[in-house]
Design a protein around this ligand. Sequence first.
Ligand code: KG4
Ligand code: ZN
Length: 339
Amino acid sequence: MLVLGIETSCDDTSAAIIDSEEGILANVIANQNSVHAKYGGVVPELAGRCHIENIHEIINKALLKAKVSLENIDLLATTQGPGLVGSLLVGVNAGKGLAFALDKPLIGVNHLEGHLLAIFLQETVSFPFLALIVSGGHTDLYIVKDFGNYELLGRTRDDAAGESFDKVAKMLGLGYPGGPEIEKTAMTGNPTVIKFPRPMPNKKSMDFSFSGLKTAVRTHLEKRSSGKIDKFSFADIAACFQDAVTDVLVSKAMLAAQDNNLDRVVVTGGVAANSDLRLKMTKVGKEKGISAHFPKPVFCTDNAAMIALAGLKKYQRNPDLGNNYFELDAVANLPLIEH
Ligand code: KG4
Ligand code: ZN
């Protein structure tokens, strides 16, 4: 079965073709970094407009790369939420238009389910496992019991981990997106010279909180510019900040895995591309007998291959869903688990 996936939830326009037997045939991604860089963050209005400009070309590129024509597509899958509504609407409407024109089923996919299943684009991890989604909008811990069966253990109470990377990068005058910039800058820094807080709102709770850490960096920078403290380099500050974020993520994920008797952890979402996080999670996991799994960086950040896969799994669970797409709407805060 050939699936065309579409992802436009934030600022990446992506289209992918996957074959249920052979895997990924194409995964084309166009970022909008140059558009948003000067604002230090995504400008929703501009993001939506960029998706409109790019979507057809990106879908065509994916078809060309996969060497398939639209008529050969058996199933369409598009991100329905959560995300920026103006961005989501572009992908949802592109999906609806194609489904109607081709008379093919269309599945609306939860973006978070895409991230949770991205690991299956490259390897099989047996159920159940612990999943940590760390992205620009989310920092969530789930038990993944099966395809479509997820239990939320905890989430951030304020900023998402990726958001804190982006905000601290902005404070340091680095580019956007902030995560890769902080990672690059931190490479020449010493992660031990400043002890930023490791926020754990409550040892028993599986929730996160990153706004205090962000404030600690801001306060440090203010004191630094008024000459009240040692003038550490931006590389040191970036390294110490990154060390604090990754310490918190690793210790909470390990705690959650142990509490739930899980010996596999999957780390996914944009921040999972961070090599300090990958190294630390793998090392600490080894000490505790917990294996750490990460999608390749290109599958960690937003991509349509994960949406095509999640759409295919959802369709296989309930093929009827594919015919009810006229009611499909973009939902900015779409919950992963319906109550
Ligand atoms: O999953 P994603 O592409 O989009 C959302 O669903 O939010 O994640 C984007 C986030 C941004 O905050 C970005 O700064 C962060 O992931 N990110 C990173 C790295 N690459 C992307 N954070 C830390 N280190 C990285 N290498
Ligand atoms: Zn994402």
